[in-house]
Design a protein around this ligand. Structure first.
Ligand code: ADP
Ligand code: MG
Length: 234
């Protein structure tokens, strides 16, 4: 973004003395102000990116509470109730900002699909052993379920594609694609279930996130010691 912006700034500088009409000068001045505004936004975003570039230890439960508290008033105005069921603090190591973005995108999708009288529920719990085995590490499951209109089965295959949206101009189709990218970078996974049955429709996105290594390494060793090759047995 910064490279083309730099080119535009230079071109405005070159263009200004070539325009003699006051009207053109006024447009160029406005253009200059707007381009500087863009440059400022781009710098801020880069800073944000650098800040989130260091992995930290944090609790998933805290991120979840923060985001659901932030969006609860909006949901209430929409006539939707947001529930939380938190069964673990969910200590992980990673990029807090990115995980918050995943939770926000999923919550906004859920709210967008749900109408008056509906519910959106968060559930955070330790991943079951079979799922830990699939990922080769233990972790947490975070599910976001809604009683919204559900997803048309013919769209399943395209949900995580960039720019896939069923919301016309109101959607960007980037939310789920970003979620998937962030989750796969930490070697987690995301799955979806949905139903469009009348009066029983709804959608559930479930995210697996590996736990902070230090906590689960001893646990994994115990599984391995007890039953080599079969880590699902308690
Ligand atoms: P956007 O929200 O901008 O459309 P997303 O990538 O977030 O883009 O979502 C892609 C599409 O997936 C949406 O347009 C919608 O059709 C579908 N979708 C995602 N979440 C839900 C949900 N909770 N309920 C119903 N449809 C959903
Ligand atoms: Mg979205």
């Amino acid at each position: 973004i910064n490279n083309p912006l730099g080119a535009i700034t230079n071109l405005i500088f070159l263009l200004a003395p070539l325009q003699s009409s006051p009207e053109a000068q006024a447009y160029i001045a406005t253009l200059d102000v707007q381009v500087r505004g863009l440059a400022r936004i781009s710098t801020q975003m880069l800073k944000l990116h650098r800040d989130s570039n260091r992995p930290t230890k944090f609790e998933l439960s805290e991120v979840l509470r923060e985001i659901s508290d932030f969006y609860r008033p909006q949901a209430e105005r929409q006539g939707v109730v947001v529930h939380e069921r938190i069964e673990t603090e969910g200590s992980i190591e990673g990029f807090r900002g990115e995980i918050a973005q995943v939770v926000t995108n999923l919550l906004l999708n859920a709210l967008e699909a749900t109408s008056v009288g509906g519910n959106v529920s968060f559930h955070l719990y330790p991943a079951p052993p079979w799922l830990c085995e699939v990922h080769g590490t233990c972790g947490y499951c975070l599910s976001i379920a809604d009683t919204g209109k559900g997803i048309d089965p013919e769209n399943y295959a395209r949900l995580f594609e960039p720019f896939f949206t069923t919301k016309g101009d109101k959607g960007t189709g980037l939310g789920l694609w970003l979620c998937k990218g962030i989750i796969s970078r930490v070697e987690g996974s995301i799955r979806v279930w949905s139903s469009r049955r009348p009066n029983r429709s709804g959608t559930c996105f479930s995210v697996f996130l590996p736990a902070e290594e230090a906590i689960f390494t001893p646990l994994r060793r115990r599984y391995e010691a007890e039953e080599p090759g079969c880590q699902t047995k308690e």
